[in-house]
Write a protein that binds this ligand. Structure first.
Ligand code: PMP
Length: 354
């Protein structure tokens, strides 16, 4: 039986993507070859890369607006340093909303000064700071749109004349935004886009070329752009499965349609968290993430019973991040509403039993 998979990432992907991806391992495009044994320079794969790059821009509404899409390796964590390598001349502004922002800040400090414009560390990252000031002498502003660990999500982004860079690893393709307000968006694939192993980087090309330091080839966005994201061997299979997932999203109405579904799922779960006296939400209500809902049991004595109940119901991956504890329900694009209903039913059953 298929589990109700709440894993925070790598995570659930659409069932039809799993089927198509399996078929391509056996016989890719009726070629008599597996996708795992063909050259990345073969036409079949060059077409995959081109479609994946174009489709990511199309889904984000960024086609023809001066952006380039890349599928790189090294995870979102590599972007923490690559961004600074390519863009930080003297000083950059960072909003600190959690462990991932903190790591991005740490890497940026290898290349210049970092101004932390605001931080929610004072309240265990339970909220998104607002009303902060971005100095005029910074090279760019960096933020994390969705904080996977704490279950908070930025609903608004500051308007600033400086380039805006956003780590969208855990909410890419999940909601409509004016993506042209960002100059660089990056996301590890392993949540809403595909399997682990590749990272989408969408860059407005005109922000590049201003730093004076020499940039090693693999770290240089311009080289990856010039080589159409094929400077070295890309993560062939991860890019292919990401393409299948993006096609699935497009065929199902794109970001607009998935956003409605994501909101339904999140409303269903948060309503239960709020009405069920046994549970308490972790994040500030106004900053709650539609992707990752974090919550705790009010009385820890019920932990064993609750854990048994959800495991019996076929639920996987509900434990909170080790740094936060409690529970975290990751409701990425491919998680069906029915899975959320199963969790909500288990939570009400616990209330009846307690
Ligand atoms: N940023 C965010 C918001 C994340 O959730 C994660 C973890 N998936 C990362 C960055 C780090 O990603 P990676 O493991 O791909 O380096």
């Amino acid at each position: 039986m298929k589990k109700h998979n709440y894993s925070a990432g790598p995570c659930i992907l659409p069932q039809e993507v799993f089927r198509e991806a399996s078929q391509a391992i056996l016989d890719f495009n009726d070629s008599g070859l597996s996708i795992l044994e063909i050259s990345h320079r073969s036409k079949d794969f060059v077409d995959v890369m081109e479609e994946a790059r174009n489709l990511s821009l199309e889904l984000l509404g960024l086609e023809g607006k001066g952006y380039k899409a890349l599928f790189l390796q090294g995870g979102a964590s590599m972007q923490f340093l690559m961004i600074a390598y390519n863009l930080l001349k003297d000083k950059a502004a960072y909003l600190n909303t959690g462990a991932w922002s903190t790591k991005a800040i740490k890497e940026a400090k290898f290349f210049g000064d970092v101004t932390e414009v605001a931080s929610s560390a004072d309240k265990d990252f339970k909220y998104i700071p607002k009303g902060y000031f971005i100095p005029s002498d910074v090279d760019y502003f960096h933020c994390t749109s969705n904080n996977t660990i704490y279950g908070t999500q930025m609903k608004e982004f500051p308007r600033t004349p400086k380039p805006v860079i956003c780590d969208m690893s855990s909410d890419i393709f999940s909601r409509e935004l004016d993506f042209s307000q960002f100059d660089l968006i990056y996301a590890g694939a392993q949540k809403n886009m595909g399997p682990a192993g590749t990272t989408l980087v969408v860059i407005k090309e005109d922000i590049l070329g201003y730093v004076e330091r020499s940039i090693p080839s693999m770290m240089d966005y311009r080289i990856h752009i010039n080589k159409a994201s094929m400077y070295n061997t890309p993560a062939v299979y991860a890019v292919y499965v990401s393409l299948l997932t993006m096609r699935w999203l497009k065929n199902n109405g794109g970001i607009k349609a998935i956003e409605e579904k994501n909101e339904k799922k999140a409303n269903l779960l948060y309503s239960e968290i709020d009405i069920n006296p046994l549970f308490e939400g972790y994040a500030n209500k106004e900053d709650r993430s539609v992707m990752n809902a974090t919550f705790t049991l009010v009385n820890d004595d019920l932990k064993e019973t609750f854990d048994e109940l959800w495991k019996e119901a076929g639920i996987n991956g509900l434990n909170g991040h080790r740094s936060v504890g409690g529970y975290r329900a990751s409701m990425y694009n491919a998680l069906p509403l029915e899975s959320v209903q199963v969790l909500v039913d288990v939570m009400s059953e616990l209330e009846r039993k307690a």
